[in-house]
Design a protein around this ligand. Sequence first.
Ligand code: ADP
Ligand code: DP6
Ligand code: CO
Length: 358
Amino acid sequence: MSTVYQATASAPVNIAVIKYWGKRDTKLILPTNSSLSVTLDQDHLRSTTTSRADPSFVKDTLWLNGKEDEIKPGGRLATCISELKRLRQATVENEDPSAPKLSTYKVHIASYNNFPTAAGLASSASGFAALVASLAQLYALPVSPSTLSIIARQGSGSACRSLYGGFVAWQEGVLPDGSDSLAVQVAPQSHWPEIHALICVVSDDKKGTSSTSGMQLTVETSTLLQHRIKAVVPQRMKDISKAILEKDFDTFARITMADSNQFHAVALDTEPPIFYMNDVSRAIIAVIVEYNRLSLANGQGYKAAYTYDAGPNAVIYAEEKNIKEIIQLIVSFFPQREGTFKDNLGVFAQGAEVNAQA
Ligand code: ADP
Ligand code: DP6
Ligand code: CO
């Protein structure tokens, strides 16, 4: 009987509060600016990936949600797989001549997302993080999350941040080989467990412009992006990191919303312009702005922070004590569908559940 070499790993999505949008190196996936995100709860939006190595397999193959996805030679999937095989060879097989030569076997990889793929809910982040984690487990690699984050980055930039939980920065780095462009944890989730995320699924359609091609067009055509990366993001990275360490929700909320707005402004400043938000997205912004206005007028500070990735779906960060009220508010304006997706960064099953459907 032959041995089965197989491993399964899951990774959660992360939703940025300082957005990554632009590459200075498209092959290595080196960003034009640092970014910072919150990794959501693994119980909710996640990718689960199983990898198997076997001498009988004839080619590396990936099935995404049950459908075969092409692994293009030299492409991102191929890069991640070959980097991990190289590490297997250089570590485990090199040190122990009796270890099975898994690096020489082809792999079959099957991955499932339990939420909409390519709809602006960061499926590429959880997807590549889970893929890298499952192969690292299959190959029993003695490597740190930081090394895995460098490999995941070469699959999808945002994926490097999903190797860590809690509040995570992706440092842009300065080295041309990308060895210092990696994720670091700013604070674990347990540092600020009161922060919850509410996922409002406005549409689960595949987006019209992928993040990869959208940001490349922005780099090529937007003058506003140059202002953003030089004059805006560096200060915001410092300020929001401090706000997280001090659990200062007012500052966290102000910067989060401002950065989401500026990201969508640079998308609009692209030629041809890119629109990721729709009327429902904008209506949710109006509701949150008014909700915060009333709260500020009562001297209670900010209560909610919206942010949108490259798609129409809202993520609302708020303290747990306000989550129920915000769900009621959103559902009263957008009552069509009951919740399907939920995320709860603190206590599990807290009812942070909403799916505001257009
Ligand atoms: P999103 O906003 O969902 O991250 P992107 O345009 O950034 O959208 O990326 C979507 C692409 O990411 C998919 O078309 C697919 O190539 C890749 N992807 C998504 N989920 C997975 C997964 N579980 N495993 C491998 N690749 C994935
Ligand atoms: C708006 O990481 O999906 O979600 O590196 O080309 O795969 P590629 O792009 P991707 O871009 C994410 C953009 C964003 C902001 C963010 O997550 O920081
Ligand atoms: Co993505």
